[in-house]
Design a protein. Structure first.
Length: 353
């Protein structure tokens, strides 16, 4: 049983909003209706010694992941993402700070499934079936149930014809599927995936995304680190961006894109070519014009209704000259680039914008 103090702490800390006093006393009756977060990280710090140097990998990270959420961790190489997930997985210990899972700091790692970055999540000489049975038994499942579950899971992941082939002879995409299957063999409540699509071809990325979506759809909370922003955008309901060991932004992918991207949701029309008078009249109305080898591109931010109206009216009148017409959305990629260009403010716990 979790110790009451920790149980309360986790409930209180995950339920306070930005700017509220995290230490304010809250009566048990006030918190009894609250659902604990799946993951609640408070003030996490971790440094490594590298010879004479000390590397500050985490500098006071706070974050909370709701139950059932697919939550993304973004950040450049060396930001501290893997350090964070290793601490949550209890593979390394933090210098300071706390982690609570599902309302307790006293959590069992049996509630976790973890696929770490790289390809060392499996026993390479063993087959997928042997791997899954091995990890299921390690997690405490009886051998007969382990075999049953392993076969069902491998079939569901499309690996029924590869169950008996040593993992080292499988493609990278298949190995990754086996690693994910092994991580969920015991039905964990929280699945941690560190770079699950790294090195996979387009088809394998799509299959892996689909598996993650399915596992999330069954109610498993997922914490996902990835540099693949398309994967993050399509799977995660919320993300935090970490830079130099500190959370520097958080929100849904589209909130982050809108808040931080220099690009805006825009209507873009490409023409074969236009008279300079037409272009001048349009730019005076707030439309942006840019010449390129293919022709002339006119764009208007969707927020500027007058400019959009002017551009679309013009396009309707000049429709025979239109090459393409499309809507461009503010991109998460631009937002992340913008965030990376800013100096990290250490330990600020992240900013919503
Ligand atoms: N075992 C270690 N010993 C020393 N330094 C380490 C160790 N592990 C990580 N670091 C350092 O800690 C910092 C954070 O590394 P970490 O692997 O957590 O980053 P990351 O965000 O996962 O990066 P990537 O996107 O490249 O996977 C880096 O500066 C890294 O060099
Ligand atoms: Mg990493």
């Amino acid at each position: 049983m979790p110790r009451p103090q920790e149980w309360e702490f986790a409930h209180i800390s995950c339920s306070v909003g930005a700017g509220q006093d995290r230490t304010a006393p809250v009566g048990a009756e006030e918190i009894s209706w609250m659902t604990p977060c799946a993951v609640e990280v408070c003030g996490l710090c971790k440094s490594y010694r590298l010879g004479a140097r000390i590397v500050q990998a985490l500098r006071g990270v706070d974050l909370s992941v709701q139950v059932g959420e697919v939550f993304g961790l973004l950040g450049p190489n060396g930001a501290g993402k893997t350090t964070l997930v290793k601490i949550i997985s209890r593979l390394i210990t933090p210098d300071r700070g706390t982690v609570a899972l599902f309302g307790t700091r006293d959590y069992a790692t049996g509630d976790l499934g973890v696929v770490l970055e790289g390809n060392r999540n499996l026993q390479w000489r063993m087959t997928p079936l042997e791997n899954l049975v091995y990890y299921a038994v390690l997690r405490g499942l009886p051998i007969s149930e382990s075999r049953q579950r392993a076969k069902a899971l491998l079939s569901r992941f499309g690996l029924q014809d590869w169950m008996g082939v040593p993992v080292q002879k499988l493609s990278r995409g298949m190995q990754q599927k086996v690693a994910i299957a092994a991580s969920v063999i015991h039905n964990p409540k929280l699945l941690i995936l560190d770079e699950p699509t790294l090195g996979l071809d387009v088809g394998a990325v799509e299959e892996t995304k689909e598996l993650i979506r399915e596992i999330g759809g069954e109610g498993t909370t997922i914490l996902l680190c990835s540099h693949d922003l398309e994967v993050v955008s399509s799977l995660c309901s919320r993300v935090v961006v970490i830079n130099e060991g500190a959370v520097i932004a958080q929100g849904s992918p589209s909130e982050l894109a809108r808040a931080w991207s220099q690009s805006r949701d825009t209507v873009v029309v490409e023409f074969d070519g236009l008279s300079s008078e037409d272009v001048s009249a349009l730019t005076a109305a707030g439309v942006t014009a840019s010449d390129n080898a293919a022709g002339l591109t006119l764009s208007a931010p969707i927020g500027d209704r007058a400019a959009v109206k002017r551009l679309l009216e013009f396009a309707a009148a000049m429709s025979e000259r239109i090459r393409t017409i499309r809507q461009v959305e503010a991109s998460l990629r631009d937002a992340v680039l913008e965030l990376m260009a800013r100096p990290a403010r250490f330990g600020n716990g992240g900013r919503e914008r």
